[in-house]
Write a protein that binds this ligand. Sequence first.
Ligand code: NAP
Length: 286
Amino acid sequence: MTKKLLFLLDTDPAPSVFDTVVGYDGGADRVVGYGGVTAENAGPLVDGTIFTRGPKEKQYTAIFVGGSSMIAGEAVFAAVKKRFFANFRVSVMLDSNGSNTTAAAGVALLAKAKPLKGKTAVVLAGTGPVGMRAAAMLHSEGAEVAITSRSKQRAEAAAKAIKDRFGFAPVPLETRDNAARAAAIKDADAVFAAGAIGAPLLSEKDWQDSPKIELMADCNAQPPLGIAGIEATDKAKERHGKIVIGALGLGGLKLKLHRACIGQLFESSDQLLDAENIYAQAKSLA
Ligand SMILES: NC(=O)c1ccc[n+]([C@@H]2O[C@H](COP(=O)([O-])OP(=O)(O)OC[C@H]3O[C@@H](n4cnc5c(N)ncnc54)[C@H](OP(=O)(O)O)[C@@H]3O)[C@@H](O)[C@H]2O)c1
């Protein structure tokens, strides 16, 4: 039986342990990680995947692009695709820092709880990989989207990168502290917290009395949580009259989705998994 080989091309110096474990749990027989991958040095790694197996076995070789920078991940994903020609290609998934799978799980659960069309959504700390993808997925549901950052410059840079990839730019907002983030969500219907692990973004009093907010999700599972007053295990739980989802509440779907996508990579050699098809799959699993 031909072995299922998954090559992790990680833009960080060390390939992700998380992505390695989920690679195995998703069905790979062997996961091989490369760190420090860039658009410039990815070519020979890609060549090794496309020139080594015949047409019938090629589907058992796949590439996963990861790392902590969405922009660097997108560049490697583009370089990998560019290296392919004719039938010399393998399936590839882009999921820098769990960007697509985590955002897809969170947004799909919010959209399942209540329609987002015509609603206003704010992605707190939306400059990281998860927040940037969440902004795009919220937009795809018909929401008006803003992203916040502690720096105006970083918010604008992320909004531009989102526009370059998805053709729409979220409103970039500078929010230096909890008070500024509380002001940013005052008129929001939905709040998606995508701050770094262990970074608190809102206190409970910043949102509990809001007459407007209907939906909230927080991705950060490590205390202090991103949004105080939401338990990590909450999954479409009602708190203060709002439907809330915590990091572990969405994490189950994220892992199920991530594993399903890995399994899908080995079904044929022509799959390109990124935000749109990963989000569609999240909706079918939510
Ligand atoms: N639940 C799950 O299954 C799951 C899976 C994967 C990831 N995650 C979580 O998803 C979250 C987002 O992941 P990511 O990789 O996109 O995050 P990230 O890139 O590490 O951070 C996102 C943003 O957080 C902001 N930030 C950093 N330190 C902060 C601080 N002290 N106070 C306020 N803001 C701060 C930064 O924005 P500015 O500098 O622009 O302000 C940064 O761009 C993380 O908490 C991660 O652990 C959850």
